[in-house]
Design a protein around this ligand. Structure first.
Ligand code: CAA
Length: 696
């Protein structure tokens, strides 16, 4: 006789003869919050105490198995029972326990499966230990049970990469015992019956010994010391995995301590801010509501940006009409897109057998009239207002009513562009970041007249392209490039006043940036900044200290960075080495300007650079260019290589505090009162003790 009962609101038990099913039902992702932990513990304890059931099968309701610990609880006082204790109770259960996992079994969710005595995956399942992306490590037995089942290299790989492992691989590695199709509850009943019939073996994972592999542990520890010296949790992961040689109690205690220590770090707080921030940027009313169709997209311009945008749309399954003015430009665009798609195949982002179908969705043309059939056009041509005005005037005559007209401009006035059409309500900015098929940021720029459904369509496009769409208002450079334009001057001033470009780069790489600003300049092409400085030369504020002397002279030599083999660094194969001729240029400029160079510590470099970034970021929030501090943070994480573990410039600002930042600006202002000005918002925050987090 079947009978069901709730253990609590989220956990239920269903009895079918000798079989007991435990169902977890905690939408949206069945995270193991306090009630789930308590319910699971009670369910297993009750079933063992009652007797009767001969096998237990755990499954979850809804779209996925368990997505891990409830991240919202992190940073708050822990509420018992602790997850590892619950899982040990499950592992120690006298009655054998199986689990049936569907969707994604991540972190504590996968660790729940590992603690059961047999694991069934439903087709399409992916398992993973993504805690590293939150500045943590698997804290509920993952570092102890994965090595026992699949060996140390696999445990290190999973815990250090955080990657999602497809079901087939999980099966081959022994992380799951079977892969089946069907509804989780049906599969759970069948699996339990198989246990009863002796067709599915059960065993306790912690009864197994981890196969010894000291070499893998040593090699990884050495690599991490070299490559990630400033990170906390990766090193702890190696320690915890090593502890899986020990009996469960000792190994779990080491893992637990490492988890608790990681929880206490600012890195954990930064990365969890990033996790929720990524989701919060589209949680605003502007991103919601009715949207317009996105069945076919037009891209104007087959250069690097246009081709990248087209690639991104094609990879998302959206057919693209690519328009160029001349055949050779069109051919180059198609060649770039083909190369991008082939790259996606070789990186495993696209199945090889889908390549031709994806490329088949591309319609290259010289006829702009072809854009009559698209739902949304993205213009990605040369950054000149005259050219854009001309294009948008033509689009107005060609595009169907209701089509969305977007410009990929990185700084021009969207309102001026919209005014060239009879339908400014249909116009917005969609600012992609290069390479557009890789970088996840999309600034969605709202013009004065942009209609609500057009803006929401921008967010819908971001979602389809798996990008992080951030709302920005019109200004020179929008959120990201405007802030960049300001703080990059701080790097130039540091070089003028005594630091070398390499010292600045090294200091900021030590802070966590993947590349320092001079290496980034060399990569992007120094000619870009040179052109911008020339464009702005006439309108430059005469009171502002000019920051471009050194870079201008480098460019005058025809050294534009990597693409010309020389910039701040020399590129001759191998690692870049500082360009000795740049040192001469710097000396000359200093002499001409009467600057006596002085020493800067790495910390001073970081402080000045970050304070400059935070100052402009604060102004961007203050004047409403960005809606909230979290929007600025996500722009920097997803578009500018800002270290994720620092959460973004304004999250980082909160760790320093407004009072200290104001103090710093006032000190620096003694040298250059024009550049270093305290944003009023920061002054106010310093006075009333508020944080940027309070404004989110
Ligand atoms: N805790 C709390 N909330 C969570 C959550 C979690 N573990 N995972 C997802 N959510 C929330 C999201 O914030 C989102 O909330 P809103 O709708 O309010 O924005 C909602 O659930 C849906 O999430 P997504 O929008 O991300 O949905 P998706 O379908 O695109 O992705 C997912 C689903 C793959 C599970 C993804 O949410 C994800 O990667 N989650 C995090 C998984 C993770 O990092 N787990 C490890 C946790 S740490 C841990 O478990 C430690 C340990 O060892 C004990």
């Amino acid at each position: 006789m079947a009978e069901s009962r709730q253990v609590n609101d989220l956990i239920s038990i269903e009895r079918q003869g000798d079989i007991a099913l435990i169902c977890i039902d905690n939408p949206p992702v069945n995270a193991t919050g306090q009630q789930v932990r308590e319910g699971l513990q009670k369910a297993v304890e009750q079933l063992n105490a009652e007797g009767g059931a001969k096998v237990i099968a755990i499954y979850a309701a809804g779209r996925t198995f368990v997505a891990g610990a409830d991240i919202k609880e992190f940073g708050k006082p822990p509420q018992p029972p602790a997850l590892p204790d619950v899982f040990n109770i499950i592992e120690d259960s006298e009655i054998p326990v199986t689990s049936v996992m569907h969707g994604t079994a991540l972190g504590g969710g996968f660790e729940l499966g590992l603690a059961t005595h047999a694991r069934i995956g439903i087709e399409g399942l992916r398992v993973g230990l993504p805690e590293i992306n939150l500045g943590l490590l698997p804290g509920a037995g993952g570092t102890q049970r994965v090595p026992r089942l699949a060996g140390i290299p696999m445990a290190l790989d999973m815990a250090l990469s955080g990657r999602m492992v497809p079901a087939q691989e999980a099966l081959e590695k022994g992380l799951i015992d079977r892969l089946e199709a069907g509804d989780p509850r049906d599969v759970a009943i069948a699996a339990a019956q198989d246990v009863l019939d002796g067709k599915l073996q059960t065993r306790r994972t912690c009864d197994l010994d981890t196969p010894k592999d000291d070499a893998a542990l040593e090699e990884t520890a050495t690599m991490l010391r070299k490559k990630q010296p400033h990170m906390f949790s990766p090193h702890k992961i190696v320690e915890a995995v090593r502890a899986s040689y020990l009996p469960r109690t000792e190994g779990m205690a080491i893992e637990r301590q490492a988890f608790v220590d990681s929880m206490d770090t600012p890195q954990r707080a930064g990365m969890i801010h990033a996790f929720f921030g990524e989701r919060a940027v589209s949680g605003i009313p502007e991103a919601k509501g009715d949207t317009r169709p996105l069945d076919r997209i037009g891209v104007i311009g087959g250069g690097t940006m246009g081709s990248g945008i087209a690639t991104s749309c094609l990879l998302a399954g959206i057919p693209v009409t690519l328009v160029e003015v001349a055949q050779d430009g069109l051919d180059r665009g198609v060649a770039t897109i083909t190369k991008n798609i082939d790259g996606a195949v070789s990186r495993g982002k696209l199945a090889a057998d889908k390549r031709d179908a994806v490329l088949g969705m591309l319609t290259p043309t010289l006829a702009m009239e072809e854009l009559a059939r698209v739902d949304l056009v993205i213009e990605a041509v040369f950054e000149k207002m005259d050219v854009k005005r001309d294009i948008f005037g033509k689009l107005d005559g060609i595009c169907k009513q209701g089509a969305v007209l977007a410009s990929n401009t990185s700084y021009l006035d969207i309102n001026e562009i919209a005014a060239c059409t009879s339908r400014p309500q249909d116009v917005l900015g969609l600012h992609f970041f290069s390479p557009a098929h890789v970088m996840r940021l999309l600034e969605i720029v709202q013009g004065e007249k942009t209609a609500a459904d057009v803006l929401a369509t921008g967010f819908a496009l971001a979602k389809k392209l798996k990008k992080v769409g951030v709302l920005a208002q019109v200004c020179d450079g929008f959120i990201g490039n405007r802030i960049l334009a300001h703080y990059s001057k701080a790097a130039s001033y540091l070089v003028l006043d005594g630091a070398s470009p390499q010292q600045v780069d090294d200091a900021l790489e030590g802070f966590g940036f993947a590349m320092g600003p001079h290496k980034v300049g060399d990569l992007a092409g120094l000619d870009i900044g040179w052109m911008t400085r020339k464009r702005k030369a006439d309108t430059r504020d005469p009171n502002e200290r000019y920051a471009g002397d050194v870079a201008d002279r480098i460019c005058e030599n025809g050294w534009f960075g990597r693409k010309t083999g020389k910039g701040y660094y020399v590129y001759e194969g191998g690692a870049p080495v500082p360009n000795p001729e740049v040192a001469t240029i710097i000396d000359t400029v200093r002499t001409e300007k009467g600057i006596t160079p002085r020493e800067f510590t790495d910390q001073e470099i970081i402080d000045r650079y970050m304070t400059a970034m935070i100052s402009e970021a604060a102004r961007v929030v203050e004047d409403g260019t960005a809606k909230r501090p979290v929007d600025v943070d996500m722009v920097f994480l997803f578009g500018y290589g800002f270290p994720r573990f620092r959460g973004g410039p304004l999250h980082y600002a909160d760790t320093i505090g407004a009072a200290e930042l104001v103090e710093r600006i006032k000190t620096y202002a003694k040298e250059d009162p024009h550049y270093w000005q305290v944003p009023p918002i920061l002054e106010k925050m310093a006075q009333d003790g508020t944080k940027f987090a309070d404004l989110n």
